[in-house]
Design a protein around this ligand. Structure first.
Ligand SMILES: Cc1cc2nc3c(=O)[nH]c(=O)nc-3n(C[C@H](O)[C@H](O)[C@H](O)COP(=O)(O)OP(=O)(O)OC[C@H]3O[C@@H](n4cnc5c(N)ncnc54)[C@H](O)[C@@H]3O)c2cc1C
Length: 265
């Protein structure tokens, strides 16, 4: 159906239905929620495969290495338990909201997406897949069948922090995911940080990542974070917050996330 008609894909429906508002769907809808083949998490030799239909609840409950703690943290903060039971990882990525909580934790894991259609299967880094507010490189006939996470950071500490106008059931004003790998002396071998809700697509802070290499947790990882490190962000004013507030919140969340990663050495 996807190959032959302009059909829309329906997974958990937690973005699909709210986006419709009062409108009625006129085009064909392909409900994929029964496709067990693309659900669940498996461990392969050099990567983890998270099926596109895997729900946030399944991610929370799966035994995964420490570098997935940020993704689990995000999963716990997506809507409510009911939303986590229905909402899928593919739906979050394909909906491509700037405030999608699943994106920063997957960016810091260097995740790739697997896209399948009658024409074949292709993979691409998540960072290339997301191209703008509600825009992705998915072709209309493609299903996002899996998220692939390379096993390069298994034992690294990771943290997700989200700021909203209240504690639960809230859209992010700003959120941060960080993964930090330390050597036995507590010096940073590798750091990856991504910020969401502060630009059309969540951004990695590459300059900060470079500056963190070699820094010791004893000196405080947060101390090196400066506003110049947030240059990749382009926050906007909207009903949730001003751009200035978002930038300030992002700076504080990045510092806090790095300190938490350092503490959990
Ligand atoms: C009350 C409420 C609170 C929420 N809170 C949060 C929150 O805190 N943080 C957050 O990030 N999100 C939140 N959401 C949004 C939503 O729950 C998540 O983005 C969820 O992961 C979407 O998954 P889904 O399976 O329900 O997607 P659906 O609604 O089924 O689909 C979303 C979009 O993705 C496409 N799609 C779905 N699956 C595929 C696939 N496998 N391949 C290709 N295209 C696909 C659909 O065609 C549609 O365009 C909330 C939603 C609600 C209703």
């Amino acid at each position: 159906m996807l190959a032959s008609a302009e059909a829309r894909i329906l997974s958990g429906g937690t973005d699909f239905y709210p986006a419709l508002g009062e409108r009625v769907v006129r085009e064909p809808v392909v409900d994929i929620s029964g496709l067990r083949e693309i659900r669940g998490i498996s461990r392969e030799a050099d990567r983890f495969r998270i099926g596109g239909l895997t729900t946030w609840t399944e991610i929370i409950r799966s035994p995964l290495p420490r570098c997935f703690d940020a993704l689990k943290g995000a999963a716990r903060e997506i809507g409510s338990v009911q939303i986590q039971n229905r909402g899928t990882i593919a739906g979050n990525l394909c909906n491509a909201s700037p405030a999608a909580d699943g994106v920063p934790p997957l960016l810091v894991l260097d995740a790739e997406v697997e896209l399948s259609s009658k024409a074949g299967i292709r993979q691409m880094p998540l960072v290339e897949f997301l191209v703008g507010n509600r825009k992705t490189k998915r072709r209309k006939d493609e299903l996002l069948t899996a998220v692939l996470v390379p096993r390069t950071l298994d034992d690294a500490a990771s943290v997700f922090l989200k700021l909203g106008a209240r504690r639960y059931l809230v859209i992010s004003i700003s959120m941060v995911a960080a993964v930090v790998r330390l050597d036995s002396n507590g010096r940073v071998l590798e750091a990856r940080i991504a910020v969401g809700s502060c630009s059309a697509v969540a951004q990695r802070l590459r300059m900060l990542e470079r500056h963190l290499v070699g820094v010791s947790v004893r000196d405080g990882l947060a101390n090196i974070v400066a506003s110049e490190h947030l240059v990749p962000l382009s926050p906007i004013d909207d009903l949730r917050a001003t751009a200035e507030y978002r930038r300030d919140a992002a700076l504080r969340l990045v510092r806090r996330a790095l300190d938490r990663c350092g503490e959990s050495k």
